[in-house]
Design a binder for this molecule. Sequence first.
Ligand code: ADP
Ligand code: ADP
Length: 236
Amino acid sequence: PTLLSVENLSKSYGGVHAVRGVSFELRAGEILALIGPNGAGKSTCFDMLNGQNIPDSGKIRLLGENTAGRKPRAIWRLGVGRTFQITATFPTMTVRENVQVALVSYGRQLFNLWTSTAACAREEAGRLLDLVGMGAYAGRPCGELAYGDLKRLELAIALANQPKLLLMDEPTAGMAPRERIELMRLTARIAREQSIGVLFTEHDMDVVFEHADRILVLNRGTLIAEGSPEEVRGNP
Ligand code: ADP
Ligand code: ADP
């Protein structure tokens, strides 16, 4: 099923056409990479999808609803998770507490007749940390984590919203090549298991070719190519 359908999306800043006439679809469980040089319009696309930027024109249909111009909170409530380029974790709190805070603020499935909300959040945080391979770090202060582990924690935090769509703008920025491949391998595995659609931007083409099901190539605000890794690689 189609999760996200973007039709003729455009946004200008003064005379600059940051995004023009962009259309694409994303299915449940599909990993879609948005690539292109700096200034191509990738961040502007992301910001319009997550409600931080209002399109000049075009349609965004997310889970059957037109979300163009809606506020971030309304979009998150529909089931969109995202990771942040600048990490938004609390360094003096433990890894588990950071996930608990996310769970409580998203208000997801924390009600159980027999246990308290806090106990439910603790249990669910443990489950999410195990899912991203961070169970062993649960009791450590977040500020002590290595950068790559922090990125896995951020994935757990994004998943705390039980997303159907996961938006990741440069999730591997600042990581070593090997760590990048591992983070996206983990993301892809979880996305396929849970039928989450993923849209990500990435500069490392090894990561893109290994993990994307489909690639969108953006240049000067326009989609200039779209296809499987094989198709895009054969047609640079
Ligand atoms: P990318 O993420 O691919 O690097 P951006 O979406 O950040 O591309 O930028 C696309 C174009 O729009 C660039 O020319 C950029 O300078 C311009 N742009 C982006 N945001 C703004 C803004 N808030 N005001 C003016 N110009 C902007
Ligand atoms: P990235 O592609 O890593 O997001 P950018 O430099 O493209 O980095 O954008 C960082 C932020 O600055 C984005 O939110 C973007 O909208 C904004 N931005 C980019 N270009 C401009 C610009 N020319 N004027 C104002 N804001 C801009």
